[in-house]
Design a protein around this ligand. Structure first.
Ligand code: HEC
Length: 592
């Protein structure tokens, strides 16, 4: 029951974000992808069998079922008008694709290709879409998210051939690329008085903005329009440039040296994306940036000071293990190696980690490491040599040795690890560990990361702590702190989603204290989810977002890390739906 409602919360968040996503997509006029898409779809529905380049048709599974089809022919797709098809396509893209994939090949949700859906038939599908299932399919009808007519429409829509979303190549990228201030016209030294290394870049999720907040004075420096639902902020190696990527694949490059830091360049690298990173290896500082997209499945390497796209590389290819072709392997987390001039790219659906060597951008060389299916996010161990990455479908953590360029270990963990970048600390008994919390349960998993000093514990789960509950997105500590903070912002129980748990690293068996963060923020109505603990540069303050509805009051709550007492609440009408916060110094130096 709990599990079901948790999934509902997650689904509600996914769909809420998708709606606003569609709104922003609709106003990105000249290169509006939905416009092209619509035109295409109209044509496609007019003559359904002539669907060009639908990869599903070439897929092995479908070929199998075609053979079965000879014995028991699949029923034809039920009738659908072009208008209905269009509506269904939009609902699918906004509410279903996040779990089932843009091409309906399945991800967190099952595959919904026509060979499968037609065999099940409209009635079965309607029941499923209407009522959901405890295994994580939301109850779209009974929850009122979709009308009965829309449930019926979706049951028919997913039996039609899969429409191919448009590609996004060099031309589309160049068309969307804007240099607001050319590199040669920018300041040659810092033009403001801010302590730049303690600035926080705060995602204002549903507003499609970030807030730059001065970590010393707690004042808002600027609110900058960005892509929708900014996923992450990253810093260039020098700390001067801030890169922000929205889920709609728009990147803003922000110059922190300007009198009032603001966007100096932007680009849209696809239709949906999650990751951006910059070159950090000696000699390449600030030179290059990379961004990976969910659709189209590819990554692009850009100039670091202008975002000019240089090389686009597709990630379509063969999966790890069964080695089948996958048309939609999405790019998840990317980190910059400190050991070689390389970007480390997680490719979700093929389960591969790519080490992309950028020494010569025109002649890229790539080491491809098969890890485990559905690689998601991850971060460095404390030495910045080992990249710890969660494979959330396989419930494994893969360890990549960035120095030797190989897979060091695959570690079994509990259901759906969601580390963000994880948290590193020295365990009193087991030595250096990296920790992750989970979406699917209350456990916090500690993995030994010191093959030299603590050989017996290395790459093993040395301990699991019991946290407040499932629905955790982030976990955080700091080298100067002995506290470990664990949020539970997506838990269906308000008590949990509105508070944070904090452990004493030197006394873990004592369990956790609960701080009622949302209550301290005193905001009135709303869901008030408490998410993403983040440290200041000094490591003596923890900032938490109190993420409320778009029309409700949100806040950032600052806790004194030593005393665990409330230090300050930042309230401002401009702080709409704050979620992730990225401290310049900690982000730039991979401190977590
Ligand atoms: C939060 C993730 C999530 C979202 C969003 C989601 N689904 Fe699902 N869906 C699932 C999961 C997980 C399953 C498998 C459930 C099971 O096996 O019981 C599933 C199963 C299904 C099935 C049954 C497939 C089968 O073979 O039995 C259908 C049909 C379906 N989803 C349609 C949709 C539609 C239509 C939407 C959008 C309106 C949607 N789903 C959105 C997660 C999701």
């Amino acid at each position: 029951m709990k599990q079901l409602s948790l999934n509902l919360v997650i689904a509600a968040i996914l769909s809420a974000s998708a709606i606003a996503y569609a709104e922003t997509a609709a106003i990105t006029s000249p290169t509006d992808p939905t416009a092209t898409h619509k035109a295409e779809m109209g044509a496609n529905t007019a003559s359904p069998p002539a669907m060009p380049g639908v990869p599903a048709a070439k897929d092995a599974k479908l070929a199998d079922s075609k053979q079965e089809q000879a014995a028991a022919p699949l029923p034809p797709a039920p009738p659908i008008t072009p208008e209905e098809f269009e509506h269904g396509k939009q609902i699918f893209f906004q509410r279903c694709a996040g779990c089932h994939g843009v091409l309906r090949k399945g991800a967190t949700g099952k595959p919904l290709t026509p060979d499968i859906t037609r065999a099940k038939g409209t009635e079965y599908l309607k029941v499923f879409i209407n009522g959901g299932s405890p295994a994580g399919m939301p109850n779209w009808g009974t929850s009122g998210e979709l009308t009965q007519a829309e449930v019926d429409l979706m049951a028919r829509y997913i039996q039609q051939d899969v429409p191919q979303p448009p590609e996004w190549g060099m031309k589309e990228m160049k068309d969307s690329w804007k240099v607001v201030i050319k590199p040669e016209d920018r300041p040659t030294k810092q033009m403001n008085q801010y302590n730049i290394s303690n600035i926080f870049s705060v995602t204002l999720r549903d507003a499609g903005q970030i807030a730059l907040i001065d970590g010393d004075t707690k004042q808002i420096i600027n609110i900058i329009k960005t892509g929708y639902a900014v996923h992450i902020s990253r810093l260039s190696a020098s700390g001067r440039y801030l890169f922000v990527i929205g889920r709609d694949a728009r990147i803003n490059l922000i110059d922190l040296w300007m009198e009032k830091p603001d966007t100096v360049a932007e680009i849209k690298i696809g239709l949906e994306a999650r990751s951006v990173e910059t070159s950090k290896y000696k000699g390449f500082e600030d030179k290059l940036a990379i961004a990976g997209s969910y659709w189209p499945p590819q990554y692009v390497i850009m100039k670091g000071d202008s975002l000019e796209p240089e090389q686009i590389v597709s990630t379509r290819g063969m999966t790890t293990g069964t080695q089948e072709y996958h048309p939609e392997p999405r790019v998840a987390a990317i980190v910059a190696s400190h050991e070689h001039p390389e970007f480390i790219v997680n490719v979700k659906e093929t389960g591969k980690v790519l080490l992309v060597n950028y020494e010569d951008v025109n002649n890229l060389t790539t080491t491809s490491i098969p890890a485990a299916l559905f690689l998601h996010d991850g971060g460095w161990d404390s030495t910045h040599r080992y990249f710890m990455t969660a494979a959330n479908k396989s419930d494994k953590v893969a360890v990549i040795d960035s120095k030797e360029r190989k897979l060091t270990a695959l570690i079994d963990v509990d259901k759906t690890p969601h580390p963000g970048r994880g948290a590193n600390f020295v365990h009193p008994k087991f030595g250096p560990v990296w920790a992750t919390s989970a979406l699917g349960n209350e456990k916090i998993t500690l993995i030994g990361t010191d093959p030299k000093g603590h050989k017996d514990n290395a790459w093993k789960v040395v301990e699991t702590l019991k946290g407040q509950g499932g629905g955790s997105l982030f976990i955080k500590t700091h080298p100067k702190s002995s506290n470990l903070w664990v949020d539970t912002g997506l838990n269906p129980d308000e008590k949990l989603s509105q508070s944070v748990a904090v452990f004493d690293i030197n006394n873990l068996e004592k369990g956790f204290d609960v701080l009622p963060i949302a209550q301290w923020a005193d905001l009135g109505e709303g869901p008030k989810r408490v998410v993403q603990p983040e440290y200041n540069k000094a490591g003596d303050e923890v900032w938490l977002s109190v993420w409320n509805g778009k029309t409700q009051k949100s806040a950032i709550v600052i806790i004194d890390d030593k005393t665990r007492k409330l230090k300050q609440v930042i309230k401002d009408d401009r702080l709409i739906t704050p979620t992730g916060k990225f401290n310049v110094y900690n982000t730039m130096n991979d401190i977590y």
